[in-house]
Ligand binder design. Structure first.
Ligand SMILES: Cc1cc2nc3c(=O)[nH]c(=O)nc-3n(C[C@H](O)[C@H](O)[C@H](O)COP(=O)(O)OP(=O)(O)OC[C@H]3O[C@@H](n4cnc5c(N)ncnc54)[C@H](O)[C@@H]3O)c2cc1C
Length: 474
């Protein structure tokens, strides 16, 4: 069960004055303090945890963000940055004494530079909004979280988000060129720009994936890429998770890098097929979606080599999409997977860990054993090519024991990832969800060094202070 830091009693006592101070800085409609209107902000994609904040502000310029930060800093008020609130690790979960700074009104495309292949956008532009803005000229923004219709680029930077096509193109960090940020005391800083490398320390590297703990991101410059000539997906169905896992390992160790290599087990295949009618193989225990791209000749060559690898693993069936519509349906099923699982179990925890791909068969077997031991169903849907697991643990939120078992099952999966030489988080961040597991990954002195970095940016621990580090005290 979630622990939150104790709220600061003096901040709660001064609530009305703090709200009045915020109202003096922003237009009336940009400050929300009424309990009913705070409700949409009390949780995020990890909806098992809820906490109404003290207030929500919705600035629409960097200067307004800076004014809010100067005020909160002077008053000692904690701040929780928020994009679309799709975090699956509770990254945007408020605290009772915190002001949520929502960046969703900052949704303007500021500049598109086709010559230098980059775009500068405000933090509240959705991930898909960047591709929408450039695809007419034959470009796209590569990282594609399944939540891309909703999640915002500021949230993507803060979580270093990935997606199905990151196997080839890398995650947010690999597609980022510059940031405008506001520090905890309201200073506006620019980092990087429309060029590939920046002088001095690697600030971009430090800020990417820092989960709203070091600064607020208000503008982002990303790399845009030429769209490929074409792409085709292949569905490969197998008789067990372990064989499909071994096939993933064989593909990766062959040196071929498909643009995407996604894994679904039986519960996931059935839930997604019911939702997307994509022709997924219902007789299979596990399925891979393998996508290649390039000219027709390149696609044919890659598909032939991938088919040969799959055939060495006794597939039940192999099917190559024959049209853009078929490929779209295949991806509709995969990208709608979390919603599809929601139709069979309204409550589930989506775990997110990373393992070396060679461990896939073993890890999938052990997750199956844990599922039996905890008496909870699990569906596995994940970016297999980069070893990024997403077991979805189904539970009943009305049964506290079922929720407790789901949390313990999830923690055991993440510990297994670390034991296998992997990592606690692939792309969803630590948030509140994995905070207490950080000592499984890091030694006490490694954690202390990270705390010092946080303290250098935010000495009073006002920024998203209930995330990432195990709670001390309260
Ligand atoms: C159905 C579904 C599918 C998903 N699929 C994927 C996937 O394929 N890959 C993936 O990586 N993730 C995925 N996610 C998780 C989530 O969408 C990502 O973490 C996303 O980047 C969060 O963006 P957001 O705008 O919703 O941020 P929020 O959830 O609002 O915030 C996320 C974190 O970033 C901080 N933050 C947000 N904006 C800013 C800012 N401007 N400045 C500073 N800090 C900020 C917040 O404090 C919080 O810690 C999925 C989520 C859902 C619900």
């Amino acid at each position: 069960m979630l622990r939150q830091p104790d709220p600061k009693p003096d901040i709660l006592a001064r609530r009305d004055a703090i709200v009045a101070g915020l109202r003096a800085l922003l237009p009336a409609e940009a400050v929300i303090a009424e309990p009913l209107r705070l409700k949409p902000y009390e949780t995020d994609g990890l909806s098992a945890y809820r906490q109404p904040p003290l207030a929500v502000v919705l600035p629409d310029t960097t200067e307004q963000v800076a004014a809010v930060m100067r005020f909160c800093h002077a008053e000692g008020v904690r701040v929780v940055p928020r994009g679309a609130g799709t975090s699956l690790s509770g990254g945007a979960l408020p605290m009772a004494d915190a002001v949520v700074v929502g960046l969703m009104k900052m949704n303007r495309i500021l500049d598109i530079d086709y010559a230098d292949r980059c775009a500068t956008v405000q933090a509240g532009v959705t991930n898909i909004g960047i591709t929408d803005a450039v695809q007419g000229r034959g470009f796209f923004y590569a990282p594609d979280p399944s939540s891309q219709l909703a999640c915002m680029i500021g949230g993507n930077v803060s979580m270093n988000s990935g997606g199905a096509h990151c196997l080839k193109y890398g995650v947010t960090a690999n597609n980022l060129l510059g940031l405008k940020i506001v520090t905890v005391d309201g200073e506006i800083l620019s980092i990087g720009g429309a060029h590939l490398d920046a002088a001095g320390y690697d600030w971009l590297g430090l800020l990417t994936g820092s989960e709203g703990q070091l600064a607020l991101v208000t503008e982002v410059t990303v790399r845009i890429l030429r769209s490929p000539e074409g792409a085709r997906a292949m569905l490969a169905a197998f008789s067990s998770n372990e064989v499909a896992g071994a096939c993933v390992d064989a593909i990766i160790s062959s040196g071929i890098i498909p643009v995407a290599l996604e894994f679904m087990d039986r519960p996931a295949i059935h839930a997604c097929e019911e939702f997307a009618h994509a022709g997924y193989p219902l007789d299979a225990e596990a399925m891979l979606i393998i996508e290649v791209e390039g000219s027709p000749a390149e696609q044919d060559d890659l598909l032939a080599r991938l088919r040969a690898i799959c055939e060495r693993h006794d597939p039940i069936s192999l099917k190559v999409s024959q049209s853009a519509e078929e490929s779209l349906a295949i991806w509709k099923g995969r990208k709608g997977a979390f919603g599809a699982i929601g139709r069979i179990s309204p409550d589930y925890l989506c775990m997110d860990g990373v393992i070396p791909t060679s461990c896939l068969p073993d890890v999938l077997r052990r997750i199956g054993e844990m599922s039996d031991a905890y008496g909870l169903k699990v569906a596995n849907i994940f970016h297999a090519g980069d070893g990024n697991l997403h077991p979805l643990i189904m539970f009943d939120a009305n049964d506290p024991d079922s929720f407790r078992r789901a949390e313990e099952f999830g923690a055991d999966i993440l510990k297994l990832c670390v034991e296998m030489g992997g990592c606690l988080t692939g792309e969803h961040g630590v948030g509140v969800e994995k905070r207490e597991l950080m000592p499984v990954q890091f030694s006490a002195s490694e954690l202390e060094q990270q705390r010092r970095i946080k303290s250098a940016f935010d000495p009073g621990w006002l920024l998203n202070a209930n995330k990432v580090f195990p709670l001390v005290g309260s």
